[in-house]
Write a protein that binds this ligand. Structure first.
Ligand code: SAM
Length: 276
C-alpha cells in the first residue's frame, strides 16, 4: 500500500467548510482519529476491499477506512459536506466515490457490483430503518459481507439481547436468526461533537447460515404479533395470526408463555411450519 497522504485535522476541515452540526440531520461528528481507526478495524483488514459508507459527513471514518486501504463508496445527504469529501477523494485517487442523496432512497445494488462491507455512524432513526432493511431481504446471504454500525447503546443492547431479558424483541430475532451480532465497542457520548444525550455502541453483524424453509416475511409477521403484545401470553398475542397457535401446540410450546421467553430457534421452528 502507498504511504497515506498527510491530511488536515478533522476540526480544521469542519471549520474550513463551515460544517456546523445540524440536529435535523442527526449530525454528531467523530473527530478522534485513533478512535476512528479502531472503528474502521472492526470488520477486519480492509485493504482493497469495497466498503459502503452511509453518512460520511466531514469524512472522519471515511479517511480511517481509506488509510486502511479500502475502496469506499459513500452516500451523504448534506451537500455542505461534499467539498470536504472531494478533497479527501483527491488525496486518495480512485478510491473514494461520493454519492449525494438520501440513503433511504438509494439501492446500493446499483452502485457496487462486488461484495462489500457496510460501515456507518448514522442518526438513530435512519440507522435502524436501514439495519432492518439490510437484514430483511428474502435472498440470503446478502451482498454485504458485514455491517458495522453505530447505534444508541440502548438500541445496540436490543440487537444483541438474549431471551428472557427486557431488551429481547423483534430486533434481536431479526439480527440473530441468520446472522451473528455483537457489540464491538462502546463509545462515550463525549467522543462526539456535539455530544448526543445518550451513550453509543458499535454493533458488528456478519451473515450466518440460514435455516432452510423459513420465509423472512413469515418470521416478521410472527415476531410482530408476538412482541406487539409482549406482556400478554402467546395464546392472546398470536390469536389473530392464522395457524400460529396450532403450530405452537405441534411443537409443544406452552401458549401461556410470553414472547420474550421463546428462543430465536423457537420462532424459526414456528415460522418454518407456518411457511410450509
Ligand atoms: N461519519 C461522520 C462521523 O462519524 O463523524 C458523520 C456522522 S453523523 C452522526 C451522520 C451523518 O449522516 C451526517 O453527515 C448526516 O448528514 C448524514 N445523514 C443523515 N441522514 C442521512 C441519510 N438519510 N442519507 C445519507 N446520509 C445521511
Amino acid at each position: 500500500m502507498n504511504e497515506a497522504p498527510a491530511l488536515p485535522r478533522l476540526r480544521e476541515v469542519i471549520n474550513l467548510h463551515g460544517l456546523i452540526a445540524t440536529r435535523a440531520l442527526g449530525q454528531n461528528f467523530l473527530l478522534d482519529e485513533q478512535l476512528l481507526a479502531r472503528i474502521a478495524a472492526i470488520p477486519g483488514a480492509l485493504a482493497d476491499r469495497a466498503v459502503l459508507e452511509i453518512g460520511p459527513g466531514p469524512g472522519g471514518l471515511t479517511r480511517a477506512m481509506l488509510r486502511a486501504g479500502a475502496r469506499v463508496t459513500a452516500i451523504e445527504m448534506d451537500r455542505r459536506c461534499l467539498p470536504a469529501l472531494a478533497e479527501l477523494a483527491e488525496a486518495f485517487p480512485g478510491r473514494l466515490r461520493v454519492i449525494e442523496g438520501d440513503a433511504l432512497r438509494i439501492d446500493p445494488a446499483g452502485l457496487i457490483d462486488e461484495p462489500y462491507a457496510i460501515l456507518a455512524n448514522l442518526p438513530y432513526n435512519v440507522g435502524t430503518a436501514l439495519f432492518t432493511r439490510w437484514l430483511s431481504g428474502e435472498s440470503w446471504p446478502p451482498r454485504w459481507t458485514s455491517l458495522t454500525l453505530m447505534f444508541q447503546a440502548e438500541v445496540a443492547e436490543r440487537i444483541v439481547a438474549s431471551p428472557g431479558s427486557d431488551a429481547y424483541g423483534r430486533l434481536a430475532v431479526l439480527a440473530q436468526w441468520r446472522a451473528s451480532a455483537r457489540i464491538a465497542m462502546k463509545v462515550h457520548r463525549s467522543a462526539f461533537t456535539p455530544p448526543p444525550k445518550v451513550m453509543s455502541a458499535v454493533v458488528h453483524v456478519e451473515p450466518a447460515a440460514m435455516r432452510e424453509g423459513v420465509s423472512a416475511r413469515t418470521l416478521e409477521r410472527l415476531t410482530e404479533a408476538a412482541f406487539g403484545q409482549r406482556r400478554k401470553m402467546l395464546r392472546q398475542s398470536l390469536k389473530a395470526l392464522p395457524g400460529a397457535l396450532a403450530r405452537l401446540e405441534e411443537l409443544g410450546i406452552d401458549p401461556a408463555r410470553r414472547a420474550e421467553t421463546l428462543r430465536v430457534e423457537d420462532y424459526l421452528a414456528i415460522a418454518a411450519r407456518m411457511t410450509e
